[in-house]
Design a protein around this ligand. Structure first.
Ligand code: FUB
Length: 450
């Protein structure tokens, strides 16, 4: 059964930030499903966010497929679909755990953790595509890495000299130097020495003598290499070590994000985008959230002048959009800053659209520029029980810009509202869905103003 996520008066996992109202929350980044193990990638002027997907109702890490989201403003995120699942790899039988996608020479390589049918344990595979959002295919027809127990959580990194590396592992940390084709390696799998100087000291764990747990993420700033990772034990927190080489020796630096947020795992992904640095992570912030129902979130941060990473708390998220949304160009309905109650679905001809829309659900698009005002609002919808879309300013019960009645046959159609209030400039738009009864009202594909 599809569970609808509603009522975010306080997101349970984020209690530490105090009062967090629906109209201000940016975190978690995705509200339509549970997402985990973020792997952000900057490509041209866009951040692509690759995530795992915790299945609803799971009592373990039940994960079958991978999702992609994208943003150019860091507040509105577009659902780009589900271009990869364990079924893409005919040697795999499930457990689509942490993964990382990276671009080289116009091709996209997505390194994934999956359970191998024959070995019956996690290994690392690689999928390839000509586009950031796929379609992806299995690059090898077999695992790329099947070396040890604990072959999970791959993270790729290409150094300035062009040498690519793949890091992974729990409870050990391994790496290989990848060949230029990104899907093979000639050298041995190397084990990074886990020493207290490199990764801090852990007491009372026979398998692990340092704080390193899993989820490595390589990042380079000026001439310093940063290794971010999940540290522990359980519950995990995020920590980092630095080095003047991509293969160590590493020097333990401390905590990046203390344990918080109702998930006993965490998983870092760090990028720079348009002048800011961002830490992606996960917690259990959505209603029903927890260790097996996680949600990806993001915090902006600045490095200290000495290159240190500040200790970050889980907050309501990114405060300011990098740029406004042009109201007069087609915006996908699945582009949203926040939503309540709705889901997304993907179909071959339509692509991704918003579905499971019921009375009272809403979605918010932040920073929409209406310029000198609009005369018409247009939306592509497919009627189910029928209803209406109220477009409200800056709050789900804010001033009404217009109402679009959604009726008609059960085919996709573009409908128009013409009775618009004169509202100018930049506003957060709330699309508030209204209708009778409990049934789904309509599906929603895109919108624009004229
Ligand atoms: O998502 C399954 C596992 O949980 C990942 O592989 C780990 O990094 C932890 O987040």
């Amino acid at each position: 059964m599809m569970i609808k996520f509603r009522n975010y008066i306080l997101l349970s996992g984020l209690l530490s930030i105090g009062v967090l109202t629906t109209s201000r929350a940016q975190n978690p980044v995705v509200q339509t499903i549970y997402t985990a193990d973020p792997a952000p990638m900057v490509y041209q002027d866009t951040v692509f966010l690759y995530t795992g997907h915790d299945e609803e109702g799971a009592t373990f890490f039940t994960m079958n497929d991978y999702k992609v989201y994208s943003s150019t403003d860091m507040v509105n995120w577009t659902d780009r679909g589900t271009p990869l699942s364990y079924q893409t790899f005919n040697w795999a039988k499930g457990d689509a755990w942490a993964a990382h996608c990276i671009e080289r020479d116009g091709k996209f390589y997505w390194y994934v953790t999956l359970t191998d049918k024959k070995l019956n344990r996690p290994v690392i595979g690689v999928a390839v595509s000509d586009h950031a959002t796929g379609p992806f295919k299995d690059a090898l027809g077999k695992p790329l890495v099947a070396a040890n127990q604990g072959d999970i959580d791959p993270a790729a990194f290409i150094d300035d000299d062009g040498q690519a590396y793949l890091y992974w592992g729990n409870p050990k940390l391994w790496y290989v130097k990848l060949n230029e084709d990104m899907i093979s390696y000639d050298g041995a799998v190397m084990e990074e020495p886990l020493t207290p100087e490199s990764f801090g000291k852990r007491e009372g764990d026979s398998l692990r003598s340092t704080l390193y747990e899993e989820a490595p993420w390589l990042y380079k700033r000026q001439n310093t290499y940063y290794l971010f990772y999940a540290a522990g034990g359980i519950p995990e927190y995020l920590a980092y070590s630095t080095s003047d080489s991509p293969v160590g020796p590493w020097s333990y630096q401390g905590v990046v994000m203390p344990t918080e947020g109702q998930s006993f795992t965490n998983h870092p992904g760090v990028i720079d985008f348009k002048g800011n640095s961002y830490l992606f992570y996960h917690n259990g912030a959505l209603p029903g959230g927890g260790g097996f129902a996680r949600s990806v979130a993001v915090e902006p941060f600045s490095f200290g002048e000495d290159g240190t990473v500040p200790e970050l708390k889980m907050t309501s998220g990114v405060k300011n959009a990098i740029h406004p949304v042009d109201a007069f160009r087609r915006v996908e309905a699945e582009t949203m800053a926040f939503s309540e109650g709705v889901k997304t679905e993907e179909q071959p001809k339509i692509g991704v659209f918003v579905t499971s829309i019921q009375n009272g659900d809403w979605l918010k698009v932040r920073g929409v520029d209406l310029k000198d005002g609009a005369e018409r609002f247009k939306a592509a919808v497919k009627t189910k029980a029928g209803g209406s879309i109220e477009i409200r300013m800056d709050d789900p019960s804010g001033p009404l810009l217009t109402t679009l009645k959604v009726a008609g046959d059960h085919h996709w159609q573009e409908l128009t509202a013409t009775d618009l209030q004169t509202i100018k400039g930049i506003h957060d738009l709330y699309f508030v869905f209204k209708g009778e009864g409990e049934n789904d009202l309509f599906d929603f594909d895109y919108w624009y103003f004229e």
